[in-house]
Write a protein that binds this ligand. Structure first.
Ligand code: NAD
Length: 483
């Protein structure tokens, strides 16, 4: 059993109350990690350390801070194998996905924001011949950063990097289900020269450590990624203190396939967009709409080919480099996914493949990639609620108006993908979708310079190059008369 500790003021320390939570490896079902069950007293210590570090850190030259971020990126790369194995043991993702996606992208987050901060310029404007204004962007103070379990290191670093490069200090709380790589990151940051107190990690439960962080009087901004229900609670908790708040929440993303889509080229990516990381990515497409019209040949061929490709996905030991899908993150989460499968069947959807625990994997929280077809059941709950697992539906559509109405019919609006060879359909449809990001003939390509976030109940605010500088700093206008 590995025991990790909080990281406060540059030191590893036990939680004040001395209690730990046991984290289970979802592949073996063995308890393998003990994490601190931190409470408000731990958050308070972290807030004091972060406040103490703020004046010196915010006064450092941007170039110094950027250099430290670059060193963190190198540190992550140097420990890539260890981080990928830890991420897989914690979350169930395949090691090969962690090696190719999570860990390199985590390093890239630091490198990207180091570069962005180096190139940051501020606005100035003359009012008349002897009066001019300019804007200073100032760090805000101690940032509270809360992240989920599905892309643990990647999403945590997406917050830490911009928070600190623009001069804030921070307290981060990763998910209690996946805290291991955040702990390793503390060592990397210390070795990279992050001064004590600039980044503090407090591990524990959402309702305890998370809630204490959100409510802390000396933490004026909160960046949260997680579920919509939790996001709503956080918005309510911070409202009385008028904190700055960014919420990256859930999704129920449509995948729209027009008849002229090049399936030879794109089918594998459409399948990947449904099941990557066991479907536990907020950006996965979970409602696939395929054009049918008068002649159902294309629709039928799509369904047949999609199911064939899904059945061919390798589900199993995530440490095996050939594995595409490992187990789901926890027993509770698998039960939730299973309950949606049962619900969909009771609501009349037709099961095309999957739908159960694979017979070859009696141990571990595995679940088969599952496909349903929808005819008229557009009101079914599975068409509207986030399952966050390897379950997708395929429904036919006859016109762009119809598919846009279905795509926009949920309370979510995080992402969508469109598959077509027609530029006109692609752009015209993209313009009509309620979503923060729309991909055309690709999926999960991320340009960090672009705004990222959701509309409706998928979130509030955006993060990205310009958006993160706006979120993690406050502009101050200075107006000067010099005659
Ligand atoms: P979650 O909301 O249960 O937990 C997220 C984090 O919030 C965890 O660290 C948890 O401990 C903490 N938390 C829980 N209750 C809290 C409270 N009352 N106060 C403060 N913190 C609290 O989400 P999850 O199950 O870890 O993650 C899955 C969800 O995250 C899905 O809905 C998924 O769509 C969403 N997600 C969104 C994005 C995005 O960028 N929009 C990215 C990844 C995941």
């Amino acid at each position: 059993m590995i025991r990790i500790q909080n990281f406060i003021g540059g030191e590893f320390c036990a939680p004040v109350g001395g209690a730990y939570i046991v984290s289970v490896n979802p592949t073996t079902e063995d308890a393998y990690l003990e994490i601190p069950r931190s409470q408000s007293a731990d958050v308070d210590l972290a807030a004091k350390a972060a406040a103490k570090a703020f004046p010196a850190w915010s006064a450092r030259k941007i170039e110094d801070r950027a250099e430290i971020l670059d060193r963190i990126a190198f540190g992550i790369e140097a420990r890539r194998d260890e981080l990928a194995n830890a991420e897989s043991a914690d979350q169930g993702k395949s090691v090969s996905i962690a090696m190719s996606l999570d860990i390199p992208r985590a390093a890239h987050n630091f490198r990207f924001f180091a570069g962005a901060a180096r190139h940051e310029v501020s606005v100035s404007a003359p009012l008349d011949s002897n009066t001019m204004s300019y804007v200073r962007r100032e760090p805000i103070g101690v940032a509270g950063l809360i992240s989920p379990w599905n892309l643990p290191l990647y999403l945590l670093t997406w917050k830490i990097a911009p928070a600190i490069v623009y001069g804030n200090t921070c307290i981060a709380k990763p998910s209690e289900l996946t805290s291991h790589t955040a702990f390793i990151l503390c060592e990397i940051m210390r070795d990279a020269g992050v001064p004590p107190g600039v980044v503090n990690l407090v591990f524990g439960l959402g309702a305890e450590a998370g809630q204490a962080l959100v409510e802390h009087r000396d933490v004026p901004l909160i960046s949260f990624t997680g579920g919509t229900v939790t996001g709503r609670k956080i918005a309510q908790a911070v409202a009385p203190q008028l904190k700055k708040l960014s919420l990256e929440l859930g999704g129920k993303n449509p995948t729209i396939v027009f008849k002229d889509a090049d399936l030879k080229k794109h089918m594998k990516m459409i399948v990947r967009s449904s099941f990557l990381n066991q479907g536990e990515i907020c950006l996965c497409g979970s409602r696939i709409y395929v054009e049918r019209g008068q002649d159902p040949t294309f629709y039928n061929a799509f369904v047949q080919e999609f199911v064939r490709e899904t059945r061919a996905l390798i589900v199993g030991d995530p440490t095996d480099r050939k594995t595409f899908m490992g187990p789901l993150v926890s027993r509770d989460h698998r039960e939730k996914v299973q309950s949606y499968v049962e619900l969909a069947q009771s609501e009349g959807l037709k099961l095309l493949c999957g739908g159960k625990i694979p017979a070859s994997q009696p141990r571990g929280f595995f679940f088969e990639p599952t496909v349903f077809s929808v005819e008229a059941q557009h009101a079914a709950r599975i068409q509207h609620e986030e399952v966050f697992g390897p379950v997708v539906t395929i429904a036919p559509f006859d016109s762009t108006d119809e598919v846009v109405a279905h795509a926009n019919s949920t309370r979510y609006g995080l992402a969508a993908s469109i598959w077509t060879e027609s530029l006109t359909s692609a752009h015209a449809t993209a313009a009509r979708l309620h979503a923060g990001t729309v991909w055309i003939n690709t999926w999960m390509a991320r340009d960090l310079r672009m705004p990222f976030g959701g509309v409706k109940e998928s979130g509030l605010g955006r993060e990205g190059q310009l958006d993160s500088v706006q979120f993690f700093t406050e502009p101050k206008t200075i107006c000067l008369r010099y005659d």
